[in-house]
Design a protein around this ligand. Structure first.
Ligand code: DGJ
Length: 545
């Protein structure tokens, strides 16, 4: 079901964005960014996700300013890094705070969304009493103006960067959707809502029910094969309507930009946590309406979840349906972030992994931010800060292995396991090897044909609980193993050759794409493969009768 591929490239080769997203305001100032680039470098990142906003790009209508874009690209080149720009246009967290003054002030030409008929344009008030307001997704003039600004941006990036290719992708808008109601309620919206659903959309929906989330699936199966939004989509009609119009809007913006410069384009998503639509931004690309987005926004290369919830892996699974490459543009910087990065690359073969606000990595847990990000704080491990040094080691290691890893994307030669998906109740060592081998093979064992590895993370001698293990099979008898917080066991299930011997086991690192051996591990070190620190190994084995 997973598409397991990267959408990014560098010099014609696949690029895995081992990335970070900066805090919202940092890329608005080049001098401020100097230190942020340094931090990213220490954290081993190869790509930064940087906001570029409509208000700064087009401060007056038709007058474009790209000095900031130029300077950010220069800074990236000086560090040998890549950029994915985030277009903060009509939507930023379902609001219009990044629209230019001339858009914000003209409420007639650029109408705001009405969450209640004829009422004020305020969708909600936040915790601090600040008004939330958003532009209407039915605003034709707004859509044209946004598409024009975005096109100018893409034209500029092309003229600046087509050869060097420092900018490898663009996110179109940021967390689209409508807060406060499942759909807009202007007269225009009411008329459109009472209208017929485009038949091509109905046909697409009917043909794609197998991948759908239960709510949408039930509605799609029970709904009419043509008719109004309510007739076709029943209980989810209002959200489906919003999704269709927002996706179509984003498509127009993205397609206009792609027509001048074809870079991979993504949209990110404020997830729904089971609330009713409008509590989370209705019509944004949540898994429930992904089929509608897929239909209405073909220029989008990946629907990308912003994951701050504890059921991280469930979300990753959801976002691989419909052949969607896994791009994680935002996730929390807490203690699981390094193992999650390793796992996302090793297991989901993700195109991008980026902790949000990585500038804070290593800082003590901040409950205010946890609230802001919607982090569920009931797991104490989530509150432990991530060591920046360890994160940097993981990023650099994965970056140096990129060619090998990318060549194995989409195949079973690249696998990973993580403590979060394992039974971590303390292992009873008195049962010896048999006890150690018990468990849940789906989550703790990596099989490469008839040869397998099990990463035991709940053994008493393993101190840490944030274990992860990624294994890539390079050739028939040779494996690279990135491991931490695990006891590594290996075995053969080949009935003809049930025994194995280690031929060579080395610690080491990749330099310029080539293996550079460190210690040769043998004797005591090879007899008990216990790793309580991040380590990269090269293993050569053989099996025999
Ligand atoms: C999700 C948004 O996409 C980010 O820009 C940022 O606002 C974070 N939430 C948390 O603050």
């Amino acid at each position: 079901m997973s598409s397991q591929r990267t959408i990014y490239t560098n010099e014609g080769k696949p690029w895995i964005a081992i990335a970070g997203e900066v805090h919202n305001s940092n890329s608005s100032n080049v001098a401020y960014m100097e230190e942020v680039w340094n931090q990213a470098e220490l954290l081993g990142m190869n790509t930064l996700l940087l906001p570029v906003s409509w208000e700064l790009v087009e401060p007056q209508e038709g007058h474009f300013e790209f000095q900031l874009v130029d300077a950010l690209v220069e800074q990236a080149r000086a560090k040998g890094m890549k950029i994915i720009f985030l277009w903060f246009g009509t939507w930023k967290n379902a609001q219009c705070s990044y629209a230019p003054e001339w858009v914000k002030k003209d409420l007639v030409r650029f109408p705001r969304a009405q969450v209640e008929k004829g009422k004020n344009k305020i969708t909600l008030k936040n915790f601090y009493g600040m008004s939330y307001t958003t532009l209407s997704y039915l605003g034709e003039e707004t859509k044209k103006a946004d598409a024009k600004a975005f096109t100018e941006l893409m034209k500029h990036i092309k003229s600046l960067d087509e050869k060097e290719h420092t900018v490898i992708g663009v996110q179109v808008e940021n967390e689209t959707g409508l807060q406060g109601a499942a759909r807009e309620h202007s007269d225009l919206a009411d008329t459109a809502f009472a209208d017929q659903v485009p038949q091509a959309l109905v046909d697409f929906i009917k043909a794609n029910t197998s991948t759908m989330e239960p709510l949408m699936k039930n509605a799609a199966l029970a709904g009419a094969a043509g008719g109004t939004w309510t007739e076709v989509f029943g209980a989810v009609a209002e959200e489906a309507f919003s999704a269709y119009y927002i996706a179509s809007y984003v498509e127009q913006v993205a397609a206009a930009g792609k027509a001048v410069y074809e870079l991979p384009m993504t949209v990110n998503c404020w997830l729904d946590k089971g609330e009713e639509a409008g509590k989370y931004p209705s019509g944004g690309p949540v898994a429930k309406v992904m089929e509608i987005w897929k239909f209405a926004a073909p220029s989008i290369d990946a629907f990308a979840p912003d994951i701050y919830v504890q059921n991280f892996h469930e979300i990753c699974e959801q976002y691989q349906k419909l052949d969607n490459p896994l791009v994680i543009p935002e996730t929390a910087v807490h203690s699981y972030v390094a193992p999650r990065m390793v796992y996302c690359i090793g297991h989901y073969h993700s195109a991008c992994f980026a902790p949000f606000g990585f500038e804070d990595m290593g800082q003590p847990f901040n409950a205010m931010q946890a609230g802001l990000f919607g982090v569920d704080v009931s797991d104490p491990l989530l509150q432990k800060p991530q060591s920046p040094m360890e994160y940097g080691w993981c990023s650099r290691t994965l970056h140096c292995m990129m060619d090998l890893l990318a060549s194995k994307y989409g195949t079973s030669d690249l696998q990973a396991v993580i403590s979060e998906k394992m039974d971590m109740s303390p292992l009873d060592m008195s049962k010896g090897m048999a006890g150690m081998m018990a468990g849940n093979p789906e989550n703790d064992t990596m099989m490469f044909g008839t040869f397998g590895f099990k990463a035991v993370m709940n053994a008493p001698m393993i101190q840490r609980k944030d274990g992860v293990c990624l294994i890539v099979k390079e050739s028939e008898d040779t494996y690279y193993i990135l491991i931490n917080g695990s006891l590594l066991a290996m075995f053969s299930v080949d009935p003809e050759k049930p025994n194995y011997d280690i031929i060579a086991l080395e610690e080491g690192a990749f330099e310029d794409g080539a293996w550079k051996a460190g210690r040769r591990l043998n004797g005591d070190e090879a007899a008990s493969l216990i790793f309580d620190d991040y380590t990269l190994l090269k293993l050569k084995v053989f099996t025999y009768a």
